[in-house]
Design a protein around this ligand. Structure first.
Ligand code: COA
Length: 192
């Protein structure tokens, strides 16, 4: 399969109550995309469990530039989950190649606290995974979450990514310590 086929192409995914829009400089969230990213990165669970790292405006701008570069190269599909009614940020889902030639991708997600507990991460992760399989020929998509992150474990299972095993000391936290992670994955042929 060619790299051209394994390309994440900038798109908008409409899920009804939320719309998934590409993260990048052209994303214009109410109140500003940069302040929204700085606020998100300060939320304790996002801080603990994701590499978002948009701690200040300069880091948020650099993140948006990286998203644009990755979209331009078809390497990463990074989406803002936005409210369909008022356009505000609800969270993020990002799909990126671990081995593009092999069709091996990884997905990650976070939600702002007000959007949690309603199955939104499950719906958004499923939609982005399906988009990756159907438009970019992703063969296998993995989710890795810190052992103890039960909400993420449930999202993975409910999105059709069964547990496959435990990765020891596989994720380096910003503080320097390492987490064990659960590995979950789904294959292109798995039913939706
Ligand atoms: C992980 C996260 C996206 C889940 O979002 P969510 O919309 O609340 O997920 P859901 O509403 O689909 O809930 C998932 C399940 O986890 C359960 N859950 C939620 N919080 C939980 C907790 N603290 N402990 C145990 N289970 C929990 C819910 O009850 C639900 O269970 P169910 O499937 O039996 O109904 C959200 O908690 C988050 O943004 N966390 C911080 C960032 C993060 O951890 N990202 C993932 C990195 S791998």
């Amino acid at each position: 399969m060619s790299t051209d086929q394994r390309t994440f192409r900038r798109t908008v995914l409409d899920l009804g109550d939320v719309v998934l829009r590409p993260f990048g400089r052209s994303l214009d969230l109410p109140g500003g995309t940069v302040p929204a990213l700085v606020a998100a990165a300060a939320e304790p669970l996002i801080l603990a469990y994701t590499p978002l790292g948009t701690d200040d405006p300069a880091a948020a701008e650099a993140y948006l530039d990286r998203c644009d570069e990755a979209w331009a190269e078809g390497r990463t599909g990074a989406f803002a989950i936005t409210d369909a009614a008022d356009g505000t940020l609800r969270g993020n889902v990002a799909l990126y190649w671990r081995d593009r030639e092999d069709g091996l991708a990884m997905i990650g997600y976070w939600l702002l606290p007000a959007a949690r507990g309603r199955g939104l991460a499950t719906r958004a992760a499923t939609a982005v995974a399906r988009w990756g399989v159907e438009t970019a020929a992703a063969r296998r998509i993995e989710i890795a979450h810190a052992v103890g992150n039960e909400a993420s474990c449930r999202v993975a299972e409910r999105s059709g990514f069964p547990y496959e095993g435990t990765l020891r000391a596989s994720y380096r936290h910003k503080g320097g310590e390492y987490f064990d992670e659960h590995l979950h994955a789904r294959l292109a042929a798995d039913p939706w």
